[in-house]
Structure formats: structure tokens, C-alpha cells
Design a protein around this ligand. Structure first.
Ligand code: NAP
Length: 516
């Protein structure tokens, strides 16, 4: 199958009246679907769990977005069994056919993009552009994984031997447990699960309890595209209650996790423990948090650097793993940069995602409490120069917050807050700025704004993070263009959306035949 070269899905321009009208219509349509029940999807069956839990609209916490069924370890077993059974046939489906289903799914999602975006607006509080970008990324993952499956199916050529012919082919692994976070509620589940499926594996997905409806959007699209039952199974329920059963299951072959450092470390450890009856060492990839820094030096184009810093710090309320949470500014222009940055942050309007405010709510009550407690810590560790208070009590709103003059070793400069809070840190020199940037346990994204080529070259070598951006914001990685993953406690650096990613879901086999 000759496919056109992969290209990123364009974003929607909401300044166009037709796009605005389409989004409003989708919000209305999804608004009518709110409160529906989400069963467990296991093979061909739609099952009830033991009890239910609700997913709420963080912009309006009295509004129930969906009622999801709670799986127990029993349904974990059933889902793994269904996935294992489906693997017998799915692993033997030619790569072109697997790819065709994913391409069809991409096409369906493209046609239903406003509907899919509207679910994110309601369920996780993304504004229109953030939700649209997430859907575009999900389309990209489907398109990209389809092409990668075909590429890997060609195998590798090996060194010729006079008496033998050898070939290297890539085989799928088996049942993959996919455990995504809530903050990219479509793009991340699709990125992990579509890659697993493209490679010929089957999936048991346990979505975030904050985004079960979005996981069902994905399942609905794949079903409409003709994915056979059992290839994608979806079991909702608290990670703390069913996570261990899934990760430890002896018939799970691989775990693909994206989420916090704490849970990532736990899962990585558990996956390494061989269980009775288990016939392999599990593969585990874990993409985790960040404490990402943007450096602005004295030579930078200030207007551009500050605009980028504001977007990097407060886009989706700072709830991106790639978000800037430390702004490191060189001595010479510290006051000027701080003043301009704070003025821009104070201008950000906060309000419901449905009304498309630049800054919406944080995800839930627990996140709100955690972020506010970090703001209290920040009041002792730095100088509060913007925000610092909750917003409208109808949702989980927090004003965009800036702390100035923060010590690089302060807790708010070291620990992931995952909210609209930025620590501004002063550096004596460019080398000092890099030293500060590297002095956390994380290493996910980073950005440098400078017009000095020698400094950019130094940053390229010495800034230790998985995704480094020069004179550009540190968020908004594009599939294929910016394969994504971090160093150190930011994870296994599997680089989703890149040419090495599918390999994690495959095992190479070499077959050699001796000539007569
Ligand atoms: P989280 O609390 O770690 O949860 C992630 C997933 O793990 C959820 O599905 C969660 O389910 C599940 N889980 C919880 N406890 C578990 C257990 N004991 N066993 C198995 N699964 C378990 O993270 P989050 O709050 O959803 O997401 C935010 C975090 O993700 C941030 O740290 C952010 O930086 C990181 N992130 C990283 C990347 C990256 O590419 N590096 C991308 C996006 C986000 P429940 O919801 O039911 O608890």
C-alpha cells in the first residue's frame, strides 16, 4: 500500500465563523449526551462493574459528564483473557490491513473532530483550541502508527552470508496494558494504544478516572472503523484498586504508562516482578512528570520570549507535562522580563472552558487542594507577584500565579505542581541558567530564548532534557516533528510520535536458512 507521506493534521481556526458555529453545535450535541453510562468494554461484551463513579465537569462541578462502571480484579482477568484470545488472530492480520483500520479511524475522527473536542471541553476543561489540538494529535497518532506498522513489517536487511539466507522480522508482543493520564484524554490513549494495535498487539486500557468518557470516544471511533472485538478492551475504575491486578497479571506482556512520577515508579517496579505462570520479562515504558524551564537571556527578542513563556506556563492551566513551571531570567534584564511577564499573566482571563476562556479550571478537587497548598508554600519561598487565589467557586478555578525571586532549590522550583503556577528564578550568567535548569530530578522539556549562536550551541549540548526548543515555546510537540519523551525521572524517553516508538511494541525474530 503506497500511502502519501505523513503530514500533521491542521488545527482549526476558530476566528472563522463556520468553525465557531461547528464547535457551538458540537457543544450543544454533547451537552445533550452528558450523564450517560459507560459500560466496561471487554471483547464483544458491554459489562457492568461493581458500582459506578462519576466524571464531573471541572468548569461546573455540579454537572455530571458521565457515569462510569467500576471494574474489579475479576473484570481485569476477563479483559486480559479477551485480549489474549483476540491476539491469536490480530497478530496474524497483515500490517497493511491493521493500518487500513487505523487510517479509517483517523478519517472518522477527522469528520467528528468538533464532537470529540467537545467531550474534552466538558470532561477535562480544555478550551476550544486546546481540545482541538488534542484531537488533531490523536488523528496524527493514528496516521503515523499506521505508516510505522507498514515500515516495520518490511523487517531489516542483514549482512549476506555465503551459505545462508537470514531475515529479521518484527513480531508483536501480546497483551499490552495501556494506562494513560487525563490531561491529553484522547491524544495520549490513542498514542499508546494505536501504536500497540498497529504493531499487532491487543490492548487492555485502563483510562484515567477523570476522563472515562474520552476513552469511550476513542473506543467508539475504533469500533466504527472496524477494529475486531477484543483488540481494544476498556476497563474503567480507580487505579489504586485495579491497577496492581492489571500490571501484575501474568498474561500481560507489556505495560505502557503515562502519568505521574509516583505511579510510574510503582508500575515500573511491579512490572519487573515475575508472577507464577508468567513466561516472559514484561516490557514497561513509563512517561512521567516534568519541572520544565524556559531560559530568557539578555539578547532575546523579549516580545516573542514572553509571549511564548506565557503560553508555555498557562496553556491548559499549566496542566501539561511539557508546561513551563520555571522561568529562568538572566540578571541583566531580570526586572524588565519579570515586569512584562507578570503584566501579561495578570491579563489572562479565567473562566469556563465551554466559553473558551484562555485559562480554564484545574481538573478536580484534589488537584485544586494540592495546587493551593503549593501556593501557600510559595508564599514562604518566594514573592507572590500575580494570582495566588482561587477563582469562581462553581468550578475548580485558580488564578494564574507567579512567584518571583525563587531559590532554585525551593520546593516550588523542584516539585511538579501541575497547575497555573510559575517560579521565576534569577541567574548570574548563561552557564548558571543552564546549571539551574538541569538541577532537578526531571528532564522533560526546556526552551532557551537567545540571539547568541554560541549560547544556543551550548544549550543544545548541555541542557539535559528530552525535548529542547530553541527560540520557541516548550509545549505543543507535534507527532513526527517532535517525538516526545523525557530524561531521568521524566520517564523512559520512549519518544512517542517518533520513528523508534513502534519498536517498543515489537520483538525482532531472526530466521536463517542454510542453502543446500
Ligand atoms: P496519575 O495520577 O499518575 O495517573 C495516571 C494513570 O495511572 C491514571 O489512569 C490512573 O488511574 C492510573 N493509576 C493510578 N494509580 C495506579 C496504580 N496503583 N496502578 C496502576 N495505575 C494507576 O497521573 P495523572 O494525574 O492522570 O496525570 C498527570 C501526570 O501525568 C503529571 O505528572 C504529568 O506530568 C504526567 N504526564 C506525563 C506525560 C509525558 O509524556 N511524560 C504526558 C502527560 C502527562 P486513576 O485515574 O483511576 O487514578
Amino acid at each position: 500500500m503506497a500511502l502519501p507521506e505523513f503530514r500533521n493534521e491542521p488545527f482549526t481556526d476558530f476566528s472563522q465563523e463556520t468553525s465557531r458555529a461547528a464547535m457551538l453545535a458540537a457543544l450543544e450535541q454533547v451537552g445533550r449526551e452528558l450523564g450517560k453510562e459507560l459500560p466496561l468494554i471487554i471483547g464483544e461484551k458491554r459489562l457492568q462493574g461493581q458500582g459506578t463513579f462519576v466524571s464531573l465537569n471541572p468548569s461546573r462541578k455540579s454537572e455530571v459528564v458521565a457515569i462510569a462502571h467500576k471494574a474489579t480484579p475479576r473484570e481485569v482477568d476477563l479483559a486480559v483473557e479477551a485480549a489474549q484470545q483476540a491476539f491469536q488472530s490480530w497478530s496474524r492480520v497483515p500490517a497493511e490491513e491493521r493500518a487500513a483500520i487505523l487510517l479509517r479511524a483517523a478519517d472518522i475522527l477527522r469528520r467528528r473532530r468538533f464532537w470529540a473536542a467537545a467531550w474534552q471541553v466538558y470532561e477535562v476543561g480544555k478550551n476550544w483550541s486546546e481540545a482541538d489540538a488534542d484531537v488533531a494529535e490523536a488523528i496524527d497518532h493514528l496516521e503515523y502508527a499506521a505508516r510505522e506498522a507498514i515500515r516495520y513489517a518490511r523487517g531489516q536487511s542483514l549482512t549476506p552470508h555465503p551459505q545462508e539466507h537470514s531475515e529479521l522480522v518484527y513480531l508483536p508482543l501480546g497483551v499490552v496494558a495501556v494506562i494513560p493520564p487525563w490531561n491529553f484524554p484522547l491524544a495520549i490513549p490513542v498514542g499508546m494504544a494505536a501504536s500497540a494495535i498497529a504493531a499487532g498487539n491487543t490492548v487492555v486500557m485502563k483510562p484515567s478516572s477523570d476522563a472515562p468518557a474520552n476513552a469511550h470516544v476513542f473506543a467508539e471511533i475504533l469500533e466504527a472503523a472496524g477494529l475486531p472485538p477484543g483488540v481494544l478492551n476498556v476497563i474503567t475504575g480507580p487505579g489504586s484498586e485495579i491497577g496492581d491486578a492489571l500490571v501484575l497479571h501474568p498474561r500481560v506482556r507489556m505495560v505502557a504508562f503515562t502519568g505521574s512520577k509516583e505511579i510510574g515508579i510503582r508500575i515500573y517496579g511491579l512490572a519487573a516482578q515475575v508472577q507464577p505462570g508468567q513466561r516472559w520479562l514484561k516490557r514497561a515504558i513509563a512517561e512521567m512528570g516534568g519541572k520544565n524551564a524556559v531560559i530568557i537571556d539578555e539578547t532575546a527578542d523579549l516580545e516573542e520570549a514572553i509571549s511564548a513563556a506565557v503560553v508555555s506556563g498557562y496553556g491548559f492551566q499549566g496542566q501539561k507535562c511539557s508546561a513551563m513551571s520555571r522561568l529562568i531570567v538572566l540578571d541583566g534584564r531580570y526586572h524588565e522580563v519579570l515586569e512584562a511577564f507578570v503584566a501579561r499573566v495578570r491579563d489572562l482571563k479565567v473562566g469556563p472552558a465551554k466559553d473558551n476562556f484562555p485559562v480554564g479550571p484545574v481538573i478536580n478537587e484534589a488537584a485544586m487542594r494540592k495546587i493551593l497548598s503549593y501556593i501557600d508554600v510559595g508564599k514562604r519561598e518566594g514573592r507572590l507577584v500575580a494570582g495566588g487565589e482561587p477563582g469562581d467557586a462553581e468550578g475548580f478555578f485558580i488564578q494564574p500565579t507567579v512567584f518571583a525571586d525563587v531559590d532554585p532549590q525551593a520546593r516550588i522550583a523542584q516539585e511538579e505542581i501541575f497547575g497555573p503556577v510559575v517560579a521565576v528564578i534569577r541567574a548570574r550568567s548563561f552557564e548558571h541558567a543552564l546549571e539551574i535548569a538541569n538541577a532537578t530530578e526531571y528532564g522533560l522539556t526546556g526552551a532557551v530564548f537567545s540571539r547568541d549562536p554560541a549560547r544556543l550551541a551550548l544549550a543544545r549540548r548541555e541542557f539535559m532534557c528530552g525535548n529542547l526548543y530553541l527560540n520557541r515555546k516548550c509545549t505543543g510537540a507535534l507527532v513526527g516533528v517532535h517525538p516526545f519523551g523525557g530524561f531521568n525521572m521524566s520517564g523512559t524517553d520512549a519518544k512517542v510520535g517518533g520513528p523508534d516508538y513502534l519498536l517498543f511494541f515489537l520483538q525482532p525474530k531472526v530466521v536463517s536458512i542454510k542453502y543446500r
